[in-house]
Design a protein around this ligand. Structure first.
Ligand code: MG
Length: 267
């Protein structure tokens, strides 16, 4: 099932079932999406698509793809490299990514598979990890490289937490629809040009290993979004570098998961 979150014409925030044959309306989902849900017969018009989840935490992995670790020259991590991204940076499909008014000449894209946690997870063994997954969505781990690497001296959180720097969506694909999330094509397309084209099979730590490792130090709450890292082809490692500019259109496309598109504007 593909679950969307949207604003109805009367201003209610609702969950609904995405139906490609009628993309402007949705059957409303009643209940708790982390518990028991029921698909009602009530159909509402989609006034605005919202990010598919309002996460209590966003946990992101750095350097989790072999060829991306190669292109940065940093080497392979022995344990998942983890950082937090502010929940206030979340936006949905079609919402603009804003180039910060505080100044950055190096705003970069990172196509990533996002895992959405379905139930509280602590000290989970890799073999049991899938039980804690609700589903998946596309994410773009937008990063102001100058802030991430220089102005904040490798304290990544700030350069990755500017408002609008975490586009996710367009919908949450429940895990039953995804045969193997560790084998999905991941791409980013900037103004029609393919910038990243890889596969989650290049991840150094697969999804079960990530959930197990993260849950040994912190409780993963329902709705937690885990960004699983980005493959090679990001802007700052290119010669010459490519950074986002006003008027760009960036799409993250993940096999069986969806296409997340956002325009880029100046704040
Ligand atoms: Mg990233």
């Amino acid at each position: 099932m593909k679950i969307i979150r949207f604003l109805s014409q009367s201003g209610e925030k609702l969950y609904g079932v995405f139906n490609p044959d009628m993309p402007d309306e949705a059957k409303v989902i009643d209940g708790d999406i982390f518990g028991d849900i029921e698909i009602s017969e009530r159909v509402e018009r989609i006034e605005k698509l919202l990010p598919p989840i309002s996460p209590p935490n966003i946990i992101a992995l750095g350097l989790n793809y072999g060829r991306h670790a190669d292109e940065t020259g940093v080497g392979y991590p022995e344990m998942p490299v983890m950082f937090l991204k502010a929940t206030s940076s979340v936006i949905g499909h079609d919402a603009p990514i804003l180039l910060p008014a505080a100044g950055s000449d190096e705003v970069d894209y990172e196509a990533e598979l996002a895992v959405i946690i379905g139930k509280e997870a602590k000290h989970v063994l890799p073999g049991a990890a899938e039980k804690y997954v609700l589903g998946y969505t596309c994410a773009n781990d937008i990063s102001a490289r100058d802030w991430q690497l220089h102005k904040q001296k490798n304290q990544w959180a700030r350069g990755k937490s500017f408002d609008t720097f975490c586009p996710i969506g367009p919908y949450l694909v429940t895990k039953e629809e995804v045969a193997n999330a560790n084998r999905l094509r991941v791409r980013s397309v900037l103004n029609g040009e393919v910038m990243q084209d890889s596969n989650t099979s290049d991840m150094l730590f697969d999804i079960a290993a990530i959930i197990s490792n993260l849950s040994c130090s912190m409780t993963l709450l329902p709705g937690t979004v885990i960004l699983t890292g980005t493959p090679e082809g990001v802007g700052f490692t290119r010669i010459p570098p490519v950074f986002l500019k006003d008027g760009d259109i960036i799409t993250v496309s993940i096999e069986n998961i969806g296409e997340l598109t956002n325009p880029v504007k100046r704040e």
